[in-house]
Design a protein around this ligand. Structure first.
Ligand code: SAM
Length: 224
C-alpha cells in the first residue's frame, strides 16, 4: 500500500496524506491558503516589507511537495528579490508524485517547469531555477543537517507535535534555530506554551498571530 495518497483540501488545492504518520502534509482547510498565510504572509512578506532586501535566504524544515518553495519563489520573482532556498527533507518525494500535486495552477508555467525539471538534481547540487532563484535540497534527518550558512527566514513545517514530538523538542528547535541570523524570522503554523518558552529561552522575541483558516493561532519569532 502506498504511504502517501492525495486529498483535495477545502480551497481546492491538493495535499498528501501520510498513512504512516497519520497526518496530512498541509491543512485540510486549504493547503495553498495555509502556505500563503503562514509562510508567505507572516514570514516572507513580513521580512521583505521590514528590511527591503535585494535578496533573501530561506531554510525550510520539511521540503515535502515543494509547495512553500514554489509560492516563495513566485513571490520573490514578482517582487524582484533574489532567493536562496534550502529545503531539508528526511523522506524526499519523487518528481513523479510532485508532478501530480497540481501546484502548477498557483505559479507561472516557467517556474513550475524549471522546478519539476531540476527538482531531482537539487538533492545533489544547488539548482539555478532562474538566475535570481537557487534551490538546494538536503535529504537527511534535521538533526543530521548542518551548514555554515545563516538564513533570514526559517520555515518550520514539521508534522504536528502530536505525531512527531521529537521535531518540536528543545534539542531539535535549538539545532534549527542556530541557522537563523540575528533579526531573522522563525515561522510555523502552530503555537504551544512549550514552543513559546523554548524559543524565548533560545533568544527570540515571540509573537502569537492569527492562524490560517481552521487554526486559531500561529507563531512567529524574531532572533534578537
Ligand atoms: C508537514 S510536512 C511538510 C510539507 C511541505 N512543507 C510541503 O509544502 O509539502 C512535514 C515534512 O517533514 C518531513 N520530515 C519528517 N521528519 C523529518 C526529519 N526528522 N527531518 C527532516 N524532515 C522530516 C516529512 O517527510 C514531511 O515532508
Amino acid at each position: 500500500m502506498a504511504t502517501n495518497a492525495f486529498v483535495v483540501t477545502a480551497d481546492g488545492s491538493k495535499t498528501l496524506f501520510n498513512a504512516e504518520i497519520g497526518e496530512h502534509y498541509h491543512s485540510k482547510h486549504g493547503a495553498v491558503q495555509e502556505s500563503r498565510h503562514v509562510f508567505i504572509g507572516m514570514g516572507l512578506s513580513y521580512f521583505l516589507d521590514l528590511h527591503q532586501p535585494e535578496s533573501v535566504s530561506i531554510l525550510e524544515i520539511g521540503l515535502g511537495t515543494g509547495l512553500n518553495f514554489l509560492l516563495s519563489a513566485d513571490y520573490c520573482i514578482r517582487n524582484q528579490v533574489k532567493l536562496d532556498y534550502v529545503g531539508v527533507e528526511a523522506h524526499p518525494l519523487s518528481a513523479e508524485l510532485i508532478a501530480q500535486t497540481g501546484y502548477n495552477e498557483y505559479v507561472s508555467a516557467a517556474l513550475w517547469t524549471s522546478f519539476l525539471t531540476q527538482y531531482s538534481n537539487s538533492w545533489s547540487s544547488p539548482q539555478v531555477i532562474r538566475p535570481d532563484c537557487v534551490l538546494t535540497a538536503k535529504d537527511r534527518e534535521i538533526l543530521h543537517f548542518t551548514t555554515g550558512k545563516r538564513f533570514d527566514i526559517l520555515y518550520f513545517d514539521a508534522f504536528a507535535s502530536t505525531r512527531q514530538p521529537e521535531m518540536w523538542s528543545e534539542e531539535t528547535l535549538r539545532h534549527v534555530c542556530s541557522f537563523i541570523k540575528t533579526d531573522g524570522v522563525f515561522v510555523t503554523y502552530a503555537i504551544t506554551g512549550h514552543l513559546k518558552r523554548t524559543l524565548k529561552g533560545l533568544g527570540f522575541s515571540v509573537e502569537k498571530l492569527p492562524g490560517a483558516p481552521g487554526k486559531r493561532e500561529m507563531l512567529r519569532a524574531i532572533k534578537i
